[in-house]
Design a protein around this ligand. Structure first.
Ligand code: GLU
Length: 291
Protein backbone atom coordinates (compact mmCIF):
# COMPACT_ATOMS: atom_id res chain seq x y z
CA UNK A 1 0.00 0.00 0.00
CA UNK A 2 2.72 2.31 1.08
CA UNK A 3 4.75 1.62 -2.06
CA UNK A 4 1.71 2.21 -4.21
CA UNK A 5 1.00 5.50 -2.57
CA UNK A 6 4.61 6.54 -2.90
CA UNK A 7 4.56 5.58 -6.57
CA UNK A 8 1.36 7.54 -7.12
CA UNK A 9 2.84 10.55 -5.35
CA UNK A 10 5.98 10.28 -7.46
CA UNK A 11 3.88 10.17 -10.61
CA UNK A 12 1.92 13.22 -9.51
CA UNK A 13 5.17 15.09 -8.90
CA UNK A 14 6.42 14.02 -12.32
CA UNK A 15 3.23 15.24 -13.97
CA UNK A 16 3.46 18.56 -12.17
CA UNK A 17 7.11 18.93 -13.11
CA UNK A 18 6.23 18.25 -16.74
CA UNK A 19 3.59 20.99 -16.68
CA UNK A 20 5.93 23.39 -14.91
CA UNK A 21 8.75 22.65 -17.36
CA UNK A 22 6.49 23.69 -20.21
CA UNK A 23 5.95 27.10 -18.64
CA UNK A 24 2.78 29.14 -18.71
CA UNK A 25 2.50 29.92 -22.40
CA UNK A 26 4.84 27.31 -23.72
CA UNK A 27 2.37 25.07 -25.50
CA UNK A 28 1.52 27.03 -28.61
CA UNK A 29 -2.11 26.66 -29.62
CA UNK A 30 -2.93 25.02 -32.93
CA UNK A 31 -3.96 27.69 -35.41
CA UNK A 32 -7.19 25.81 -36.22
CA UNK A 33 -7.27 27.20 -39.76
CA UNK A 34 -8.15 25.02 -42.70
CA UNK A 35 -7.22 25.74 -46.28
CA UNK A 36 -9.30 24.92 -49.34
CA UNK A 37 -7.80 21.85 -50.97
CA UNK A 38 -7.51 22.12 -54.76
CA UNK A 39 -8.75 19.24 -56.90
CA UNK A 40 -7.19 17.61 -59.96
CA UNK A 41 -3.87 19.37 -59.55
CA UNK A 42 -0.97 18.61 -61.83
CA UNK A 43 2.48 20.16 -61.80
CA UNK A 44 3.76 19.35 -65.23
CA UNK A 45 7.42 18.35 -65.21
CA UNK A 46 7.83 17.96 -61.43
CA UNK A 47 9.17 14.54 -60.50
CA UNK A 48 8.80 15.35 -56.80
CA UNK A 49 5.12 16.21 -57.22
CA UNK A 50 4.41 13.12 -59.33
CA UNK A 51 6.05 10.87 -56.74
CA UNK A 52 4.06 12.49 -53.90
CA UNK A 53 0.80 12.09 -55.81
CA UNK A 54 1.54 8.42 -56.43
CA UNK A 55 2.44 7.95 -52.76
CA UNK A 56 -0.74 9.70 -51.67
CA UNK A 57 0.86 12.13 -49.25
CA UNK A 58 3.54 14.80 -49.01
CA UNK A 59 6.66 14.59 -46.88
CA UNK A 60 7.57 18.05 -45.56
CA UNK A 61 10.71 18.88 -43.60
CA UNK A 62 10.27 21.14 -40.57
CA UNK A 63 11.62 22.18 -37.19
CA UNK A 64 10.05 20.80 -34.01
CA UNK A 65 11.42 22.98 -31.19
CA UNK A 66 10.72 26.53 -32.34
CA UNK A 67 7.54 27.83 -30.64
CA UNK A 68 5.07 29.64 -32.92
CA UNK A 69 7.17 28.68 -35.97
CA UNK A 70 7.70 24.93 -36.12
CA UNK A 71 6.85 23.15 -32.89
CA UNK A 72 5.87 19.58 -32.09
CA UNK A 73 3.95 18.73 -28.95
CA UNK A 74 5.72 15.47 -28.19
CA UNK A 75 2.84 13.93 -26.22
CA UNK A 76 0.24 14.37 -28.96
CA UNK A 77 2.51 14.60 -32.00
CA UNK A 78 0.68 17.80 -32.98
CA UNK A 79 2.70 20.34 -34.98
CA UNK A 80 1.98 24.04 -34.69
CA UNK A 81 3.45 27.34 -35.86
CA UNK A 82 3.66 29.71 -38.79
CA UNK A 83 6.00 27.47 -40.81
CA UNK A 84 3.63 24.54 -40.30
CA UNK A 85 0.72 26.69 -41.55
CA UNK A 86 2.72 27.83 -44.58
CA UNK A 87 3.51 24.17 -45.35
CA UNK A 88 -0.20 23.30 -45.13
CA UNK A 89 -1.33 26.22 -47.32
CA UNK A 90 1.07 25.15 -50.02
CA UNK A 91 0.02 21.51 -49.65
CA UNK A 92 -3.65 22.47 -50.07
CA UNK A 93 -2.88 24.20 -53.37
CA UNK A 94 -0.97 21.12 -54.49
CA UNK A 95 -4.08 19.02 -53.76
CA UNK A 96 -3.08 17.56 -50.38
CA UNK A 97 -5.29 18.02 -47.31
CA UNK A 98 -3.61 18.62 -43.94
CA UNK A 99 -3.93 14.92 -43.02
CA UNK A 100 -1.96 14.08 -46.15
CA UNK A 101 1.08 16.02 -45.00
CA UNK A 102 3.66 14.00 -43.12
CA UNK A 103 6.15 16.20 -41.29
CA UNK A 104 9.71 15.13 -40.76
CA UNK A 105 11.97 16.95 -38.29
CA UNK A 106 15.22 18.02 -39.92
CA UNK A 107 17.76 20.25 -38.11
CA UNK A 108 19.43 23.23 -39.80
CA UNK A 109 22.62 21.40 -40.66
CA UNK A 110 20.88 18.54 -42.52
CA UNK A 111 18.52 20.59 -44.69
CA UNK A 112 20.44 20.62 -47.96
CA UNK A 113 21.17 16.88 -47.90
CA UNK A 114 17.57 16.03 -46.91
CA UNK A 115 16.21 18.09 -49.80
CA UNK A 116 18.69 17.06 -52.47
CA UNK A 117 18.55 13.41 -51.36
CA UNK A 118 14.75 13.34 -51.78
CA UNK A 119 14.11 12.68 -48.07
CA UNK A 120 11.51 15.48 -48.10
CA UNK A 121 9.37 16.93 -50.91
CA UNK A 122 9.87 20.44 -49.58
CA UNK A 123 11.15 22.10 -46.41
CA UNK A 124 9.58 24.87 -44.32
CA UNK A 125 11.64 25.79 -41.27
CA UNK A 126 13.12 29.27 -40.77
CA UNK A 127 15.25 28.57 -43.84
CA UNK A 128 17.12 31.64 -45.09
CA UNK A 129 17.40 32.01 -48.85
CA UNK A 130 21.00 32.66 -49.85
CA UNK A 131 23.32 32.13 -52.81
CA UNK A 132 25.47 29.58 -51.08
CA UNK A 133 22.49 27.31 -50.40
CA UNK A 134 21.15 27.93 -53.91
CA UNK A 135 24.10 25.91 -55.18
CA UNK A 136 22.48 22.83 -53.63
CA UNK A 137 18.76 23.53 -53.36
CA UNK A 138 16.07 25.79 -54.79
CA UNK A 139 13.86 28.25 -52.93
CA UNK A 140 10.30 29.48 -53.28
CA UNK A 141 9.40 32.61 -51.37
CA UNK A 142 10.34 34.51 -49.30
CA UNK A 143 7.17 34.25 -47.19
CA UNK A 144 8.66 36.16 -44.22
CA UNK A 145 11.77 38.18 -43.37
CA UNK A 146 13.41 37.81 -39.95
CA UNK A 147 16.64 39.33 -38.59
CA UNK A 148 19.41 37.87 -36.46
CA UNK A 149 19.28 38.93 -32.81
CA UNK A 150 20.50 37.83 -29.37
CA UNK A 151 18.75 36.15 -26.45
CA UNK A 152 20.28 36.68 -23.00
CA UNK A 153 19.43 36.25 -19.31
CA UNK A 154 16.86 38.77 -18.13
CA UNK A 155 19.37 40.39 -15.77
CA UNK A 156 22.18 40.61 -18.35
CA UNK A 157 23.30 44.19 -18.96
CA UNK A 158 26.61 43.77 -20.82
CA UNK A 159 25.32 42.18 -24.05
CA UNK A 160 23.47 44.93 -25.88
CA UNK A 161 24.15 44.05 -29.52
CA UNK A 162 26.51 42.05 -31.75
CA UNK A 163 29.45 44.39 -31.08
CA UNK A 164 29.34 43.40 -27.39
CA UNK A 165 29.77 39.62 -27.84
CA UNK A 166 33.57 39.71 -28.19
CA UNK A 167 35.03 36.90 -26.05
CA UNK A 168 31.56 35.73 -24.92
CA UNK A 169 30.23 32.21 -25.31
CA UNK A 170 27.46 32.46 -27.87
CA UNK A 171 25.35 29.41 -28.68
CA UNK A 172 23.70 28.70 -32.03
CA UNK A 173 22.84 25.87 -34.42
CA UNK A 174 25.34 24.07 -36.62
CA UNK A 175 24.86 24.85 -40.30
CA UNK A 176 22.91 28.06 -39.67
CA UNK A 177 23.59 31.55 -40.98
CA UNK A 178 23.52 32.67 -37.32
CA UNK A 179 26.53 30.66 -36.10
CA UNK A 180 28.69 32.00 -38.93
CA UNK A 181 28.24 35.56 -37.62
CA UNK A 182 29.34 34.75 -34.05
CA UNK A 183 32.97 34.51 -35.17
CA UNK A 184 32.62 37.59 -37.37
CA UNK A 185 31.81 39.62 -34.26
CA UNK A 186 34.58 37.99 -32.20
CA UNK A 187 32.36 35.76 -30.10
CA UNK A 188 33.22 32.21 -29.04
CA UNK A 189 30.76 29.96 -30.88
CA UNK A 190 29.10 27.06 -29.06
CA UNK A 191 27.24 24.85 -31.54
CA UNK A 192 24.39 22.37 -31.16
CA UNK A 193 21.99 20.76 -33.61
CA UNK A 194 18.99 22.65 -32.28
CA UNK A 195 18.28 26.04 -30.72
CA UNK A 196 16.36 24.50 -27.82
CA UNK A 197 19.62 22.88 -26.68
CA UNK A 198 21.07 26.40 -26.60
CA UNK A 199 18.12 27.58 -24.51
CA UNK A 200 18.99 24.94 -21.92
CA UNK A 201 22.62 26.13 -21.91
CA UNK A 202 21.51 29.73 -21.50
CA UNK A 203 19.20 28.81 -18.63
CA UNK A 204 21.97 26.93 -16.79
CA UNK A 205 24.33 29.84 -17.54
CA UNK A 206 26.95 27.77 -19.36
CA UNK A 207 26.70 30.20 -22.30
CA UNK A 208 26.30 34.01 -22.29
CA UNK A 209 23.85 34.30 -25.18
CA UNK A 210 21.92 32.46 -27.87
CA UNK A 211 21.93 33.99 -31.32
CA UNK A 212 19.59 33.33 -34.21
CA UNK A 213 16.59 34.93 -35.91
CA UNK A 214 14.48 37.28 -33.78
CA UNK A 215 11.34 35.37 -34.78
CA UNK A 216 12.75 32.22 -33.14
CA UNK A 217 14.16 34.02 -30.09
CA UNK A 218 10.87 35.78 -29.33
CA UNK A 219 9.22 32.37 -29.06
CA UNK A 220 11.76 31.27 -26.42
CA UNK A 221 11.53 34.58 -24.55
CA UNK A 222 7.76 34.08 -24.37
CA UNK A 223 8.35 30.61 -22.89
CA UNK A 224 10.55 32.01 -20.12
CA UNK A 225 9.42 35.61 -19.65
CA UNK A 226 10.96 35.83 -16.16
CA UNK A 227 14.34 34.46 -17.17
CA UNK A 228 15.18 35.46 -20.74
CA UNK A 229 14.99 38.55 -22.94
CA UNK A 230 15.64 39.38 -26.60
CA UNK A 231 18.19 42.18 -27.01
CA UNK A 232 16.10 43.63 -29.85
CA UNK A 233 18.73 44.92 -32.25
CA UNK A 234 18.46 42.79 -35.40
CA UNK A 235 21.72 42.75 -37.37
CA UNK A 236 20.89 40.82 -40.55
CA UNK A 237 18.10 40.10 -43.00
CA UNK A 238 16.88 36.52 -43.10
CA UNK A 239 14.34 36.00 -45.89
CA UNK A 240 12.56 32.69 -45.21
CA UNK A 241 12.13 30.42 -48.21
CA UNK A 242 10.63 27.02 -48.90
CA UNK A 243 13.47 24.72 -49.85
CA UNK A 244 13.01 22.21 -52.64
CA UNK A 245 14.93 20.19 -55.16
CA UNK A 246 17.30 22.38 -57.16
CA UNK A 247 16.21 21.15 -60.58
CA UNK A 248 12.47 21.37 -59.98
CA UNK A 249 11.46 24.74 -61.44
CA UNK A 250 7.89 23.51 -62.03
CA UNK A 251 7.39 22.81 -58.31
CA UNK A 252 9.11 26.08 -57.36
CA UNK A 253 6.70 28.03 -59.56
CA UNK A 254 3.70 26.13 -58.18
CA UNK A 255 4.78 26.82 -54.59
CA UNK A 256 5.35 30.51 -55.37
CA UNK A 257 1.85 30.67 -56.88
CA UNK A 258 0.46 29.07 -53.73
CA UNK A 259 2.22 31.55 -51.42
CA UNK A 260 0.99 34.47 -53.52
CA UNK A 261 -2.60 33.19 -53.57
CA UNK A 262 -2.71 32.70 -49.80
CA UNK A 263 -1.23 36.14 -49.17
CA UNK A 264 -3.95 37.63 -51.38
CA UNK A 265 -6.89 35.71 -49.89
CA UNK A 266 -5.98 36.58 -46.28
CA UNK A 267 -4.84 33.10 -45.16
CA UNK A 268 -1.25 34.29 -44.64
CA UNK A 269 -2.37 37.02 -42.23
CA UNK A 270 -4.82 34.72 -40.42
CA UNK A 271 -2.11 32.11 -39.94
CA UNK A 272 0.40 34.75 -38.88
CA UNK A 273 -1.92 36.23 -36.24
CA UNK A 274 -2.65 32.77 -34.83
CA UNK A 275 1.02 31.81 -34.54
CA UNK A 276 4.08 34.03 -34.94
CA UNK A 277 2.11 37.20 -34.22
CA UNK A 278 1.67 35.84 -30.68
CA UNK A 279 5.45 36.00 -30.09
CA UNK A 280 5.31 39.74 -30.73
CA UNK A 281 6.85 39.82 -34.22
CA UNK A 282 5.63 42.31 -36.81
CA UNK A 283 3.63 41.04 -39.77
CA UNK A 284 5.14 41.76 -43.14
CA UNK A 285 4.54 39.58 -46.18
CA UNK A 286 7.57 40.30 -48.39
CA UNK A 287 7.73 40.48 -52.16
CA UNK A 288 8.32 37.05 -53.74
CA UNK A 289 11.74 36.65 -55.37
CA UNK A 290 10.82 34.42 -58.29
CA UNK A 291 13.64 33.08 -60.42
N1 GLU B 1 17.41 31.52 -40.71
C1 GLU B 1 18.70 31.08 -40.33
C2 GLU B 1 19.20 29.96 -41.22
O1 GLU B 1 18.51 29.51 -42.09
C3 GLU B 1 18.76 30.65 -38.87
C4 GLU B 1 17.62 29.79 -38.41
C5 GLU B 1 17.80 28.31 -38.71
O2 GLU B 1 18.89 27.77 -38.48
O3 GLU B 1 16.81 27.70 -39.14
O4 GLU B 1 20.32 29.53 -41.09
Amino acid sequence: MRTRRTAAAALAVLALTAVAACGKDSKPAAAGISYEVKKDVSVSGSKTFDAAQKRGYLVVGAKADQPNLGFEDVASGTRTGFDIEIAKMVAADLGFAADKVKFKTIPSTNRETAISGGEVDYYVGTYTINDDRKKQVSFAGPYYVAGQDLLVAKDNTDITGPETIKGKKVCSATGSTSIARVKEYGGEPVAFDTYSQCVDKLLDKSVDALTTDDAILKGYAAQYPDKLKVVGKPFSQEPYGIGLNKDDKALRDAINNAIEAHEKNGDWKKAYDATLGKSGSDATAPQLARY
